[in-house]
Design a protein around this ligand. Structure first.
Ligand SMILES: Cc1ncc(COP(=O)(O)O)c(C=O)c1O
Length: 390
Protein backbone atom coordinates (compact mmCIF):
# COMPACT_ATOMS: atom_id res chain seq x y z
CA UNK A 1 0.00 0.00 0.00
CA UNK A 2 1.19 3.56 -0.71
CA UNK A 3 2.53 5.54 2.24
CA UNK A 4 2.77 2.47 4.45
CA UNK A 5 5.04 4.37 6.80
CA UNK A 6 2.09 6.42 8.12
CA UNK A 7 0.41 3.56 9.97
CA UNK A 8 3.77 2.15 11.00
CA UNK A 9 4.99 5.43 12.51
CA UNK A 10 1.73 6.01 14.37
CA UNK A 11 1.79 2.46 15.76
CA UNK A 12 5.38 3.02 16.97
CA UNK A 13 4.37 6.23 18.75
CA UNK A 14 1.52 4.43 20.55
CA UNK A 15 3.77 1.55 21.51
CA UNK A 16 6.34 3.94 23.04
CA UNK A 17 3.76 6.06 24.92
CA UNK A 18 4.70 8.96 22.65
CA UNK A 19 1.47 9.26 20.65
CA UNK A 20 -0.04 12.78 20.56
CA UNK A 21 -3.66 13.88 20.22
CA UNK A 22 -5.15 17.35 20.43
CA UNK A 23 -7.60 18.20 23.19
CA UNK A 24 -10.37 20.63 22.23
CA UNK A 25 -10.79 23.23 24.97
CA UNK A 26 -14.25 24.72 25.56
CA UNK A 27 -13.07 27.86 27.33
CA UNK A 28 -9.83 29.25 28.71
CA UNK A 29 -10.16 32.18 31.09
CA UNK A 30 -8.93 33.53 34.43
CA UNK A 31 -6.34 30.79 34.82
CA UNK A 32 -8.91 28.03 34.29
CA UNK A 33 -9.65 25.78 31.34
CA UNK A 34 -12.96 24.11 30.73
CA UNK A 35 -12.95 20.76 28.97
CA UNK A 36 -16.03 18.53 28.61
CA UNK A 37 -17.85 20.54 31.30
CA UNK A 38 -15.02 20.11 33.83
CA UNK A 39 -12.83 22.95 35.05
CA UNK A 40 -9.11 22.70 35.72
CA UNK A 41 -6.58 25.20 36.99
CA UNK A 42 -4.39 25.70 33.95
CA UNK A 43 -0.65 25.29 34.50
CA UNK A 44 0.17 24.66 30.83
CA UNK A 45 -0.39 28.01 29.18
CA UNK A 46 2.26 30.46 27.96
CA UNK A 47 -0.11 33.35 28.72
CA UNK A 48 2.33 34.37 31.46
CA UNK A 49 0.64 37.68 32.23
CA UNK A 50 -3.00 36.86 31.56
CA UNK A 51 -3.08 39.45 28.77
CA UNK A 52 -4.72 37.04 26.31
CA UNK A 53 -8.06 38.00 27.87
CA UNK A 54 -7.24 41.51 29.06
CA UNK A 55 -10.21 43.79 28.39
CA UNK A 56 -8.18 46.77 27.16
CA UNK A 57 -6.12 44.65 24.77
CA UNK A 58 -9.20 42.85 23.42
CA UNK A 59 -11.03 46.16 22.98
CA UNK A 60 -8.12 47.63 21.01
CA UNK A 61 -8.20 44.53 18.76
CA UNK A 62 -11.96 45.06 18.17
CA UNK A 63 -11.62 48.80 17.52
CA UNK A 64 -8.77 48.27 15.05
CA UNK A 65 -10.69 45.48 13.35
CA UNK A 66 -13.64 47.79 12.75
CA UNK A 67 -11.22 50.31 11.25
CA UNK A 68 -8.96 48.00 9.21
CA UNK A 69 -11.17 44.95 8.56
CA UNK A 70 -10.35 41.41 9.63
CA UNK A 71 -7.54 40.09 7.45
CA UNK A 72 -4.67 42.05 5.95
CA UNK A 73 -5.76 41.04 2.43
CA UNK A 74 -2.32 40.34 0.97
CA UNK A 75 1.34 39.70 1.60
CA UNK A 76 3.37 42.65 2.94
CA UNK A 77 4.96 43.58 -0.38
CA UNK A 78 1.58 43.69 -2.13
CA UNK A 79 -1.13 45.44 -0.06
CA UNK A 80 -0.91 43.59 3.27
CA UNK A 81 1.35 46.02 5.14
CA UNK A 82 -0.57 48.75 6.95
CA UNK A 83 0.19 51.69 9.21
CA UNK A 84 -0.84 49.42 12.12
CA UNK A 85 2.03 47.05 11.28
CA UNK A 86 4.38 49.97 10.76
CA UNK A 87 3.46 51.49 14.12
CA UNK A 88 4.20 48.25 15.97
CA UNK A 89 7.51 47.76 14.14
CA UNK A 90 8.63 51.33 14.83
CA UNK A 91 7.64 51.13 18.50
CA UNK A 92 9.59 47.89 18.97
CA UNK A 93 12.67 49.18 17.15
CA UNK A 94 12.76 52.32 19.29
CA UNK A 95 12.06 50.53 22.58
CA UNK A 96 14.57 47.74 21.97
CA UNK A 97 17.27 50.03 20.53
CA UNK A 98 17.40 48.49 17.04
CA UNK A 99 17.39 50.32 13.73
CA UNK A 100 14.57 48.27 12.29
CA UNK A 101 12.02 45.50 12.94
CA UNK A 102 10.12 43.09 10.71
CA UNK A 103 6.92 41.29 11.72
CA UNK A 104 6.22 37.62 11.04
CA UNK A 105 3.11 35.49 11.43
CA UNK A 106 4.74 33.25 14.01
CA UNK A 107 7.97 32.62 15.83
CA UNK A 108 8.29 29.39 13.89
CA UNK A 109 8.36 31.25 10.56
CA UNK A 110 10.63 34.00 11.93
CA UNK A 111 13.25 31.41 12.91
CA UNK A 112 12.90 29.63 9.58
CA UNK A 113 13.28 32.96 7.79
CA UNK A 114 16.46 33.87 9.65
CA UNK A 115 18.01 30.50 8.77
CA UNK A 116 16.86 30.49 5.15
CA UNK A 117 17.97 34.04 4.46
CA UNK A 118 21.22 34.18 6.42
CA UNK A 119 22.65 30.66 6.37
CA UNK A 120 24.19 30.65 2.92
CA UNK A 121 27.25 28.88 1.54
CA UNK A 122 30.34 29.82 3.59
CA UNK A 123 28.32 30.54 6.70
CA UNK A 124 28.51 28.53 9.89
CA UNK A 125 25.77 28.53 12.50
CA UNK A 126 26.53 27.26 16.00
CA UNK A 127 23.38 26.84 18.08
CA UNK A 128 22.66 25.71 21.61
CA UNK A 129 21.76 22.00 21.77
CA UNK A 130 18.38 22.89 23.29
CA UNK A 131 17.38 25.61 20.84
CA UNK A 132 13.77 25.42 19.66
CA UNK A 133 12.67 22.98 16.97
CA UNK A 134 11.71 25.84 14.65
CA UNK A 135 15.32 27.02 14.50
CA UNK A 136 16.72 23.50 14.14
CA UNK A 137 14.36 22.75 11.26
CA UNK A 138 15.39 25.96 9.49
CA UNK A 139 19.09 25.41 10.10
CA UNK A 140 18.97 21.79 8.92
CA UNK A 141 17.21 22.89 5.73
CA UNK A 142 19.85 25.61 5.22
CA UNK A 143 22.64 23.10 5.77
CA UNK A 144 21.42 21.16 2.72
CA UNK A 145 22.09 24.38 0.72
CA UNK A 146 25.74 24.46 1.78
CA UNK A 147 25.73 26.18 5.19
CA UNK A 148 27.43 24.47 8.13
CA UNK A 149 25.29 23.79 11.20
CA UNK A 150 26.81 22.79 14.55
CA UNK A 151 25.36 22.57 18.05
CA UNK A 152 27.11 23.33 21.33
CA UNK A 153 26.32 21.61 24.62
CA UNK A 154 23.55 23.40 26.46
CA UNK A 155 24.82 26.70 27.90
CA UNK A 156 28.43 25.48 27.60
CA UNK A 157 30.60 28.45 26.54
CA UNK A 158 33.78 26.38 26.37
CA UNK A 159 32.21 24.01 23.90
CA UNK A 160 30.81 26.96 21.93
CA UNK A 161 34.26 28.55 21.81
CA UNK A 162 35.81 25.27 20.60
CA UNK A 163 33.21 24.90 17.86
CA UNK A 164 33.67 28.47 16.68
CA UNK A 165 37.38 27.69 16.31
CA UNK A 166 39.18 29.19 13.35
CA UNK A 167 36.96 29.61 10.36
CA UNK A 168 36.76 32.13 7.58
CA UNK A 169 33.02 31.59 7.38
CA UNK A 170 30.50 34.21 8.45
CA UNK A 171 29.40 32.87 11.84
CA UNK A 172 26.02 33.01 13.50
CA UNK A 173 25.66 31.98 17.15
CA UNK A 174 22.07 31.15 18.06
CA UNK A 175 20.57 30.61 21.47
CA UNK A 176 17.42 31.28 23.50
CA UNK A 177 17.00 33.90 26.22
CA UNK A 178 14.83 31.54 28.30
CA UNK A 179 14.77 27.89 27.27
CA UNK A 180 11.27 26.77 26.44
CA UNK A 181 11.35 23.34 28.03
CA UNK A 182 13.82 23.86 30.89
CA UNK A 183 13.04 27.44 31.90
CA UNK A 184 16.70 28.25 32.50
CA UNK A 185 18.47 31.21 30.91
CA UNK A 186 21.47 31.43 28.58
CA UNK A 187 24.69 33.08 29.85
CA UNK A 188 24.15 35.87 27.33
CA UNK A 189 26.91 38.22 28.46
CA UNK A 190 29.54 35.47 28.14
CA UNK A 191 28.18 34.36 24.79
CA UNK A 192 28.20 37.98 23.58
CA UNK A 193 31.89 38.24 24.49
CA UNK A 194 32.64 35.08 22.51
CA UNK A 195 30.68 36.45 19.58
CA UNK A 196 32.76 39.60 19.64
CA UNK A 197 36.02 37.64 19.91
CA UNK A 198 35.13 35.45 16.92
CA UNK A 199 33.54 38.25 14.90
CA UNK A 200 30.30 36.26 14.93
CA UNK A 201 26.71 37.54 14.95
CA UNK A 202 24.68 36.59 18.00
CA UNK A 203 21.01 35.76 17.46
CA UNK A 204 18.68 35.37 20.43
CA UNK A 205 15.28 33.71 20.31
CA UNK A 206 13.56 35.45 23.22
CA UNK A 207 10.12 33.86 22.83
CA UNK A 208 9.90 33.21 26.58
CA UNK A 209 11.81 36.25 27.84
CA UNK A 210 10.10 38.99 25.85
CA UNK A 211 7.33 40.56 27.93
CA UNK A 212 8.54 38.96 31.15
CA UNK A 213 12.19 39.80 31.87
CA UNK A 214 14.03 43.10 32.25
CA UNK A 215 13.16 46.31 34.01
CA UNK A 216 10.34 47.15 31.60
CA UNK A 217 9.58 43.68 30.28
CA UNK A 218 11.58 44.05 27.08
CA UNK A 219 13.14 40.69 27.69
CA UNK A 220 16.50 38.99 28.05
CA UNK A 221 18.55 41.78 26.45
CA UNK A 222 17.17 44.35 28.86
CA UNK A 223 17.76 41.92 31.76
CA UNK A 224 21.39 41.29 30.70
CA UNK A 225 22.02 44.92 29.74
CA UNK A 226 23.01 43.93 26.21
CA UNK A 227 22.43 46.10 23.17
CA UNK A 228 21.79 45.64 19.48
CA UNK A 229 25.54 45.99 18.96
CA UNK A 230 26.23 42.83 20.94
CA UNK A 231 23.11 41.03 19.70
CA UNK A 232 22.67 41.93 16.02
CA UNK A 233 19.59 39.70 15.65
CA UNK A 234 16.76 39.42 18.13
CA UNK A 235 13.63 37.32 17.64
CA UNK A 236 10.63 37.67 19.94
CA UNK A 237 7.10 36.27 19.82
CA UNK A 238 3.70 37.70 20.71
CA UNK A 239 1.84 34.44 21.38
CA UNK A 240 3.16 34.01 24.91
CA UNK A 241 3.46 36.87 27.45
CA UNK A 242 2.00 39.42 25.03
CA UNK A 243 -1.16 37.31 24.67
CA UNK A 244 -1.78 37.79 20.93
CA UNK A 245 0.13 35.98 18.14
CA UNK A 246 2.96 36.54 15.69
CA UNK A 247 6.61 37.47 16.03
CA UNK A 248 9.27 40.00 15.15
CA UNK A 249 12.90 40.12 14.13
CA UNK A 250 14.94 43.17 15.14
CA UNK A 251 18.22 44.03 13.39
CA UNK A 252 20.03 46.76 11.46
CA UNK A 253 18.11 48.59 8.76
CA UNK A 254 20.23 46.85 6.15
CA UNK A 255 19.53 43.36 7.53
CA UNK A 256 15.79 44.05 7.71
CA UNK A 257 15.89 45.42 4.13
CA UNK A 258 17.61 42.21 3.15
CA UNK A 259 14.89 40.10 4.86
CA UNK A 260 12.15 42.20 3.23
CA UNK A 261 13.74 41.41 -0.14
CA UNK A 262 14.90 37.83 0.35
CA UNK A 263 12.96 36.19 3.17
CA UNK A 264 10.52 33.89 1.42
CA UNK A 265 8.59 33.42 4.68
CA UNK A 266 7.81 37.15 4.87
CA UNK A 267 7.35 37.73 1.15
CA UNK A 268 5.06 34.84 0.22
CA UNK A 269 2.66 34.86 3.15
CA UNK A 270 -0.38 37.02 3.93
CA UNK A 271 0.60 39.61 6.53
CA UNK A 272 -0.83 39.30 10.05
CA UNK A 273 -4.20 41.05 10.49
CA UNK A 274 -3.61 44.78 11.16
CA UNK A 275 -5.87 44.64 14.24
CA UNK A 276 -3.60 41.94 15.66
CA UNK A 277 -0.66 44.33 15.29
CA UNK A 278 -2.60 47.09 17.07
CA UNK A 279 -3.66 44.82 19.95
CA UNK A 280 -0.08 43.56 20.23
CA UNK A 281 1.14 47.15 20.60
CA UNK A 282 -1.51 47.88 23.25
CA UNK A 283 -0.42 44.78 25.16
CA UNK A 284 3.30 45.63 24.99
CA UNK A 285 2.64 49.16 26.25
CA UNK A 286 0.64 47.69 29.11
CA UNK A 287 3.40 45.23 29.96
CA UNK A 288 5.90 48.06 30.18
CA UNK A 289 3.86 49.68 32.96
CA UNK A 290 5.05 46.82 35.12
CA UNK A 291 2.16 45.82 37.43
CA UNK A 292 1.28 42.51 35.78
CA UNK A 293 4.90 41.40 35.64
CA UNK A 294 5.31 41.98 39.37
CA UNK A 295 2.41 39.58 40.03
CA UNK A 296 4.03 36.90 37.87
CA UNK A 297 7.34 37.22 39.68
CA UNK A 298 5.58 36.92 43.06
CA UNK A 299 3.91 33.73 41.86
CA UNK A 300 7.20 32.25 40.64
CA UNK A 301 8.77 32.98 44.04
CA UNK A 302 5.81 31.48 45.89
CA UNK A 303 5.89 28.30 43.78
CA UNK A 304 9.63 27.84 44.25
CA UNK A 305 9.44 28.43 47.99
CA UNK A 306 6.55 26.01 48.53
CA UNK A 307 8.00 23.40 46.16
CA UNK A 308 11.37 23.48 47.95
CA UNK A 309 9.64 23.10 51.33
CA UNK A 310 7.75 20.11 49.92
CA UNK A 311 10.99 18.55 48.63
CA UNK A 312 9.96 18.62 44.97
CA UNK A 313 12.89 18.11 42.55
CA UNK A 314 12.96 21.52 40.85
CA UNK A 315 15.25 22.30 37.92
CA UNK A 316 17.54 25.35 37.62
CA UNK A 317 14.85 27.83 36.64
CA UNK A 318 13.90 31.24 38.00
CA UNK A 319 11.33 31.82 35.27
CA UNK A 320 7.66 31.03 34.73
CA UNK A 321 8.65 27.66 33.23
CA UNK A 322 9.16 25.15 36.04
CA UNK A 323 9.70 21.58 34.83
CA UNK A 324 9.68 18.49 37.02
CA UNK A 325 11.46 15.49 35.52
CA UNK A 326 9.60 12.18 35.64
CA UNK A 327 11.31 8.85 34.93
CA UNK A 328 9.78 7.84 31.59
CA UNK A 329 7.11 8.86 29.07
CA UNK A 330 4.51 6.50 30.55
CA UNK A 331 5.06 7.89 34.06
CA UNK A 332 4.83 11.46 32.73
CA UNK A 333 1.46 10.68 31.14
CA UNK A 334 0.25 8.98 34.31
CA UNK A 335 1.36 11.90 36.49
CA UNK A 336 -0.41 14.34 34.17
CA UNK A 337 -3.60 12.22 34.32
CA UNK A 338 -3.39 11.99 38.12
CA UNK A 339 -3.09 15.80 38.35
CA UNK A 340 -6.07 16.12 36.03
CA UNK A 341 -8.15 13.98 38.36
CA UNK A 342 -7.26 16.52 41.08
CA UNK A 343 -8.45 19.43 38.92
CA UNK A 344 -5.05 20.62 37.68
CA UNK A 345 -3.99 20.79 34.05
CA UNK A 346 -0.25 20.14 33.64
CA UNK A 347 0.94 18.73 30.32
CA UNK A 348 3.34 15.83 30.05
CA UNK A 349 6.21 16.69 27.72
CA UNK A 350 7.86 13.72 26.08
CA UNK A 351 10.41 12.90 23.39
CA UNK A 352 10.96 14.15 20.71
CA UNK A 353 9.96 17.55 22.18
CA UNK A 354 12.54 16.91 24.92
CA UNK A 355 15.49 14.47 24.74
CA UNK A 356 14.77 10.81 25.47
CA UNK A 357 14.68 10.05 29.21
CA UNK A 358 14.09 13.71 29.99
CA UNK A 359 10.32 13.35 30.08
CA UNK A 360 8.69 15.86 32.34
CA UNK A 361 5.74 17.75 33.66
CA UNK A 362 6.13 21.27 32.29
CA UNK A 363 4.53 23.70 34.71
CA UNK A 364 3.97 27.24 33.53
CA UNK A 365 3.03 29.93 36.01
CA UNK A 366 1.04 33.04 35.26
CA UNK A 367 0.27 36.35 36.90
CA UNK A 368 -3.38 35.31 36.98
CA UNK A 369 -2.81 32.33 39.27
CA UNK A 370 -4.00 32.95 42.83
CA UNK A 371 -1.76 31.95 45.77
CA UNK A 372 -4.24 29.16 46.62
CA UNK A 373 -3.92 27.76 43.06
CA UNK A 374 -0.18 27.48 43.52
CA UNK A 375 -0.57 25.92 46.95
CA UNK A 376 -2.97 23.34 45.48
CA UNK A 377 -0.48 22.61 42.69
CA UNK A 378 2.39 21.95 45.10
CA UNK A 379 0.24 19.70 47.30
CA UNK A 380 -0.95 17.74 44.27
CA UNK A 381 2.57 17.44 42.84
CA UNK A 382 3.81 16.07 46.17
CA UNK A 383 1.05 13.50 46.15
CA UNK A 384 1.55 12.50 42.54
CA UNK A 385 5.31 12.62 42.06
CA UNK A 386 6.70 12.02 45.54
CA UNK A 387 4.23 9.51 46.88
CA UNK A 388 4.12 7.61 43.59
CA UNK A 389 0.38 7.90 43.05
CA UNK A 390 0.94 8.17 39.31
C1 LIG B 1 11.74 29.25 22.01
C2 LIG B 1 10.65 29.29 20.99
N1 LIG B 1 10.92 29.81 19.79
C3 LIG B 1 9.99 29.88 18.84
C4 LIG B 1 8.71 29.42 19.05
C5 LIG B 1 7.69 29.49 17.97
O1 LIG B 1 6.86 30.59 18.19
P1 LIG B 1 5.37 30.60 17.66
O2 LIG B 1 4.55 29.80 18.61
O3 LIG B 1 5.00 32.03 17.59
O4 LIG B 1 5.41 29.95 16.30
C6 LIG B 1 8.38 28.88 20.30
C7 LIG B 1 6.99 28.41 20.54
O5 LIG B 1 6.67 27.49 21.17
C8 LIG B 1 9.37 28.80 21.29
O6 LIG B 1 9.11 28.27 22.49
Amino acid sequence: MAFDFISQKLAERKQDDLYRARQPIDLQQSGLIQINDRHYINFSSNDYLGLRTDYEVMQSWCDAMVKHGMGSSASPLVTGYSVAHQELEEYLAEALGYESVLLFNSGFTANQAICQALMQKNTTCVADKLIHASFIEGALAASTQGATFKRFKHNDCEHLSALLGDTDDDCLIATEGVFSMDGDQAPLSQIALLAEKHNAWLMIDDAHGFGVLGETGLGSLEASKLSSKEVPLLMGTFGKAVGTAGAFVAATKQTIDYLVNFSRHAIYSTAMPPAQATATLTSIKKIRQGDVRAELHENILLFKTLAKEAGLPLMESDTAIQPILVPGAKQALEASEALKSLGLWVSAIRSPTVPKEKDRLRITLSAIHRPEDIQALVEALSLVTLEGRA
